[in-house]
Design a protein around this ligand. Structure first.
Ligand SMILES: Nc1ncnc2c1ncn2[C@@H]1O[C@H](COP(=O)(O)OP(=O)(O)OP(=O)(O)O)[C@@H](O)[C@H]1O
Length: 99
């Protein structure tokens, strides 16, 4: 298990790949029934890291809206090579899988 603050994930549990990141299925350590999506962004894939900081700030502000159609950002952590975004699992991904 990889540890990201209060959350953890197994590198085998990949939900999806994007252009800049891999998204893993993870869980809260204290409450393992709480499933989360952990987006691991490799810093070297991002040309301007200041833009990533701005994007994270926008995600934090959107989270404060508590809107059902906006995926909440629970936590954000940084290591030497990566940035990790711990997010609510999107209900729309289930819909896509069922199509
Ligand atoms: N919060 C989430 N809940 C569930 N699945 C997710 C979540 N975020 C991302 N995913 C899945 O992981 C995949 C990769 O996501 P990611 O955000 O890295 O890239 P993308 O949105 O597909 O495209 P891009 O790389 O252009 O941003 C998505 O296509 C989706 O299937």
């Amino acid at each position: 298990m990889e540890s990201i603050g209060d959350y953890e994930y197994n590198t085998k549990d990949i939900i999806g790949h994007g252009a800049f990141a891999v998204v893993f299925k993870g869980r809260e350590k204290k409450n393992p029934s709480m499933t989360v999506a952990i987006k691991c962004i490799t810093k070297k894939n991002i040309a301007k890291q200041s833009l990533l900081g701005k994007e994270i700030k926008i995600l934090q502000e959107l989270t404060e809206l508590h809107h059902e159609n906006v995926v909440a950002l629970f936590d954000c952590k940084e290591s030497a090579n990566s940035v990790y975004l711990v997010m609510e699992v999107s209900k729309f991904c289930d819909l896509l899988e069922s199509i």
